[in-house]
Design a binder for this molecule. Structure first.
Ligand SMILES: Nc1ncnc2c1ncn2[C@@H]1O[C@H](COP(=O)(O)OP(=O)(O)O)[C@@H](O)[C@H]1O
Ligand SMILES: [Mg+2]
Length: 222
């Protein structure tokens, strides 16, 4: 479980403090599928970075499995993050000089042997229909293919929480639907929780819990 209690986030710019997140309270339980919509600049990415422990809070509490975590303690944060959290962004952010298989292997944080790791990565690529491209140049993949590699890269460490920041923002609607279907299948099969930030109403409405974030204020849609 991840819980934010009375979380504020401020950014200082030219001596004025911008309040980007205002008193956010949010609990994410195991197996939940949450969507967050809202206008650009409303704080969605900032919220997602805090949830995924990539950014700190200005005030308020962050808890993981019921334990309050100081997000400034990098070592502890990194340890929890690697074991539990997967991230997917608008652009696949694959490393262009590596193949899809190498991108997955690099992200894998496992003590298993080389062959075992390779097998698991190949299984994941197979799941998204890209096994035959495992040794391709990343630059030869289409946008949809690259994003499917990015999705399975987020799965290499069996995360309990997957956070997606506009994961279909750079895709056409067919490829976008494919990515969302894939994420939902993963949730079904593994019981992980998924949070998707999106501009796309057709995806936003799929959420089992739906939120709207505007001017730093989070509201649940009921
Ligand atoms: N590192 C930062 N430094 C200063 N301001 C930031 C930073 N990150 C985000 N902001 C500001 O916070 C606000 C919310 O940004 P963001 O979370 O990216 O919104 P969204 O993802 O909803 O478009 C914006 O006004 C943005 O300029
Ligand atoms: Mg954003």
């Amino acid at each position: 479980m991840i819980e934010l209690k009375n979380v504020w986030k401020n950014f200082k710019m030219e001596n004025t403090e911008h309040k980007v997140l205002k008193d956010i309270n949010l609990t994410i339980d195991e197996g939940e599928f949450i969507t967050i919509m809202g206008p650009s600049g409303g704080g969605k990415s900032t919220l997602l970075y805090i949830l995924s422990m990539l950014d700190t809070v200005s005030s308020g509490e962050f808890s993981f499995d019921g334990k309050i975590i100081d997000l400034k303690r990098e070592k502890e944060v990194e340890n929890i993050r690697q074991k539990n959290i997967g991230l997917i962004f608008q652009n696949s952010n694959l490393i262009a000089s590596l193949t899809p298989l190498e991108n997955l292997l690099l992200a894998m944080n496992s003590r298993a042997g080389k062959r075992e790791k390779k097998e698991k990565c190949q299984e994941l690529l197979n799941m998204v229909g890209l096994l035959q491209k495992k040794n391709a140049k990343v630059t030869t993949l289409s946008g949809g293919e690259a994003q499917r590699v990015a999705v399975v890269r987020a799965l290499v460490n069996n995360p309990r929480f997957i956070f997606c920041d506009e994961p279909t923002g750079a895709l056409n609607s067919e490829n976008g639907s494919r990515v969302v279907e894939l994420l939902l299948k993963v949730k079904e099969n593994t019981g992980c929780s998924i949070v998707i930030v999106t501009h796309d109403e057709s995806i936003g409405k799929l959420g089992e819990r739906r939120f709207f974030l505007k001017d730093g204020v989070l509201n649940e849609l009921v």
